[in-house]
Design a protein around this ligand. Sequence first.
Ligand SMILES: NC(=O)c1ccc[n+]([C@@H]2O[C@H](COP(=O)([O-])OP(=O)(O)OC[C@H]3O[C@@H](n4cnc5c(N)ncnc54)[C@H](OP(=O)(O)O)[C@@H]3O)[C@@H](O)[C@H]2O)c1
Length: 228
Amino acid sequence: MANVAITGAGRGIALELVRQHVAQGDRVYALARDPKGAQALNALAADSSGLLTVHAMDVADDASVKAGAASTGEEPIDILYNVAGVTGVVAPELESADWAQFDQAIEVMIKGPLRVLQAFLPRMQAGSKVMNITSQLAASTWPYGGFYSYVAAKAGLNRMMRSVAIDLKGRGIVVGLIHPGYVQTDMGGAGADITPQESATGVRTLAEGWTLDKSGDFYRWNGEIHPW
Ligand SMILES: NC(=O)c1ccc[n+]([C@@H]2O[C@H](COP(=O)([O-])OP(=O)(O)OC[C@H]3O[C@@H](n4cnc5c(N)ncnc54)[C@H](OP(=O)(O)O)[C@@H]3O)[C@@H](O)[C@H]2O)c1
């Protein structure tokens, strides 16, 4: 049984990760920005025989991250998934930009994962894992324009977490970067390539098998290495 913490857990890929980890008997701390509004998550928790608890955490807010992590207690954390994300503006912002949403993308997808890691790090030890859900849009191989705040945030997340991987290697803590696929969630839309179940199965399998020699690497949900 692993102790697992998951951000952005109210819907999408994170909600499915919650479901799968609870189904295999793990202890799951689901971190959601609006726990009261997360009906599917609360229903899962009610049915989980105590394996799943729901905690408020806005990853863009320092105090909320600290309070959310503290509310989960003091047990060691085996896997932390940084999943929370926002799409931001898709169209090219060449004449003007929505700076408020740009800042929000950085808060949620770069500073957020670091804040959350800092909050749980005292409970991590050799073998613990920090799995960051990033995107193929972080890679220089992504052949399209637009998505300025999103690509900036995910590319920044990748490079920052590669540094974190180096800095945590001596402590035996594993850091992973995962493109979860193009997934049928609110973010990906109904026409996306794969279901949340397929994505979460791949992400979870990767996370569970990730070893220290691969810390800081970037993979696709299906186990292929992602060039970037
Ligand atoms: N879907 C795809 O095709 C795709 C492709 C590549 C990468 N990704 C990445 O995969 C991750 C999950 O995406 P998804 O498709 O599951 O998206 P989603 O269905 O839109 O869900 C996004 C989740 O992030 C949460 N969130 C947003 N801002 C937050 C904040 N400030 N604090 C805490 N939680 C916050 C949302 O919570 P609320 O309900 O409170 O808004 C929601 O639970 C994201 O990092 C995304 O960038 C997705």
